[in-house]
Write a protein that binds this ligand. Structure first.
Ligand code: GDP
Length: 440
C-alpha cells in the first residue's frame, strides 16, 4: 500500500535529516520534493499545492529551522497534516435507526457487491447487528447471484425479486421484509454502469427518495486515481452521499484517491477494502493511514485484526492443551488458518514500523504457508494428534504425499518440536522465571 509514495517522502526528508543546520532554502527544497511525490501518487494539483504550502507555513511557524531535530519535527507536522487531509478523525457509520437503511452506489467493477457482503459481515461479527441484503441490480442477474452466494457464505439473508423490473419497489419490499423478520440493518446493493450515466443517476435518485437511507456509501476503486475523485464529485452532486468506500487498496494503487477525495468532495472515507475475501475490510482511520504513508507502521490496526480473529473459547482450549503439552498438528493447522484470515501477508508486515520499507522489494506471497499446509494435510489423523509417532518412514511417506522434499518435512518437525518446548516453558511459571533470570 502506497509504497512508492512512502519511499519518495522518505527521500524528501533525508535532505533535511542529513543537514547540520537547516535553511529556508532546504525547507523549500523539501516541500518541492514532497509536492512532486504527491503529484506522482496521483494527488490532484490543487490539493498537493495547498498541502505543501500549508506544511511550509507551519514548519516556519514551528521554528523547524532552529529546532534540534528538524527532520523529526517535520515528520510530526507531516503526520498531522496528512491526517487532516484525509479527514482528521475517524467517521463512524450511522447505525441508530431501526432498521438502518444503507444505500450502496458506484460504477460497475468498483467493488460494490463485494463491499455489500463485507459490510454485512462486519456489522454482523463486529457490531452485533442483524443485516439483510437487498439485490437491487435489475440489469445483471449475475450480480444477484453473486450477492446470494456472498450472503450464504457469511450467513446473512438476501432479498431478491427476479420477477420485478422496478428497483424502487424491490428496495421497499426488502425493507418491509427486514421489518417483518427483525433485521435491524438493510443494505441495498444498487445497479452501476461502466461510466457515469444519466439513467443510472435518475434511478438511484428515485431509490434514495423512496427509501430515505441513513447512509449512502459511494464505492470507488482506488486504482483509478484521479478518475475516482472525479466520479466521486459527480455522484456527490447528485446523491449527496454520506461517506466513501475506497476498494482495492491492497493492489498497486498510488494512493492519490485516498489523499484527495476528502478535500475535493468534503465527505469522509469510512471504509477501505484490502482484498477479495469477506474479512478484507477496514474502518478507515486517517491518523493510522498517515503513519503508514510515512513508513511509521500501524501497530494498532495489526493488534485489532488479531483480536477480530481471536475466539476466546478456542484460545482457552488451546491454552489448556499447551499446559498439558498436548498441542498437536491440528492446532498448528488451525493457527495458520487464523493468521491467514488476518489478511494479505505483505499488508500485515507493512503495519509493523520499519518493516514495510524493508520488505518493499521482497515478494511475500500469500502462499507462504502452502508448503506447510500440504505437509500437515498429508499426515494421517493419528499422526496429527500424536506427532511423536512420526518416524523416518512416516516422514518419507508424508514428503511423497505432499510433494515436498524430505528436508522440508524434517524442518517442519524440528520447528514444531522447538515450538512445543517454548510453549511448555511459557506455560510453567517456575520455568519461565528461571529462563528470565538467565537472560542477559
Ligand atoms: P461491482 O460491479 O461494483 O459490484 O464490483 P464487484 O464487487 O463485483 O467487484 C469487482 C471485482 O473487484 C471482483 O473481482 C472483486 O473480487 C474485486 N474486488 C472488490 N473489492 C476488492 C478489494 O478491496 N481488493 C481486491 N484486490 N479486489 C477487490
Amino acid at each position: 500500500m502506497f509504497e512508492n509514495l512512502s519511499d519518495k517522502l522518505d527521500r524528501a526528508f533525508k535532505v533535511l535529516k542529513g543537514q547540520g543546520s537547516i535553511t529556508e532554502i532546504n525547507v523549500a527544497e523539501t516541500m518541492k520534493e514532497i509536492r512532486k511525490a504527491l503529484l506522482d501518487a496521483d494527488v490532484n494539483y490543487k490539493t498537493a499545492k495547498a498541502f505543501t504550502d500549508d506544511v511550509r507555513q507551519k514548519a516556519i511557524g514551528a521554528n523547524v529551522l532552529t529546532s534540534i531535530s528538524p527532520g523529526q519535527l517535520l515528520t510530526k507536522l507531516m503526520n498531522d497534516e496528512l491526517t487532516e487531509l484525509m479527514g482528521g478523525t475517524t467517521a463512524d457509520i450511522e447505525l441508530k435507526a431501526q432498521p438502518t437503511i444503507i444505500l450502496i452506489a458506484g460504477l460497475n467493477g468498483a467493488g460494490k457487491t463485494t463491499f455489500t457482503g463485507k459490510l454485512a459481515n462486519y456489522l454482523k461479527t463486529q457490531r452485533n447487528k442483524k443485516p439483510l441484503l437487498v439485490a437491487d441490480d435489475i440489469y445483471r442477474p449475475a450480480a444477484i447471484d453473486q450477492l446470494q452466494v456472498l450472503g450464504q457464505q457469511i450467513g446473512v439473508p438476501v432479498y431478491a425479486n427476479l420477477e420485478s423490473k422496478d428497483p424502487v419497489a424491490i428496495a421497499l419490499e426488502g425493507i418491509a421484509q427486514a421489518k417483518a423478520n427483525g433485521n435491524n440493518v438493510v443494505i441495498i446493493d444498487t445497479a452501476g454502469r461502466l461510466a457515469i450515466d444519466e439513467a443510472m443517476m435518475v434511478e438511484i435518485e428515485k431509490v434514495k427518495a423512496a427509501t430515505k437511507p441513513h447512509e449512502i456509501l459511494f464505492v470507488v476503486d482506488s486504482m483509478t486515481g484521479q478518475d475516482a475523485v472525479n466520479t466521486a464529485k459527480v455522484f456527490n452532486e447528485r446523491l449527496d452521499f454520506t461517506g466513501v468506500v475506497l476498494t482495492k487498496l491492497d493492489g498497486d494503487t498510488r494512493g492519490g484517491a485516498a489523499l484527495s477525495i476528502k478535500s475535493v468532495v468534503n465527505k469522509p472515507i469510512k471504509f477501505i477494502g484490502t482484498g477479495e475475501k469477506m474479512e478484507a475490510l477496514d474502518v478507515f482511520h486517517p491518523d493510522r493511514m498517515a503513519s503508514r504513508i510515512l513508513g511509521m507502521g500501524d501497530v494498532v490496526s495489526l493488534v485489532e485484526r488479531a483480536q477480530q480473529q481471536f475466539d476466546e473459547k478456542e484460545a482457552a482450549e488451546l491454552q489448556k492443551k499447551i499446559r498439558k503439552n498436548k498441542f498437536d498438528f491440528n492446532d498448528f493447522y488451525s493457527q495458520i488458518q487464523q493468521i491467514k484470515k488476518m489478511g494479505n501477508m505483505k499488508d500485515l508486515m507493512g503495519m509493523i514500523p520499519g518493516v514495510g520499507k524493508m520488505m518493499k522489494d521482497v515478494e511475500v506471497s500469500d502462499d507462504a504457508f502452502k508448503g506447510i499446509e500440504a505437509i500437515i494435510q498429508s499426515m494421517t489423523p493419528k499422526e496429527k494428534e500424536n506427532p511423536e509417532i512420526i518416524n523416518q518412514s512416516r516422514r518419507n511417506r508424508i514428503a511423497k504425499g505432499s510433494g515436498s522434499k524430505i528436508e522440508e518435512v524434517n524442518r517442519l518437525m524440528k520447528q514444531f518440536d522447538d515450538m512445543k518446548k517454548v510453549m511448555k516453558q511459557m506455560s510453567n511459571p517456575a520455568a519461565m522465571a528461571s529462563m528470565m533470570r538467565r537472560m542477559p
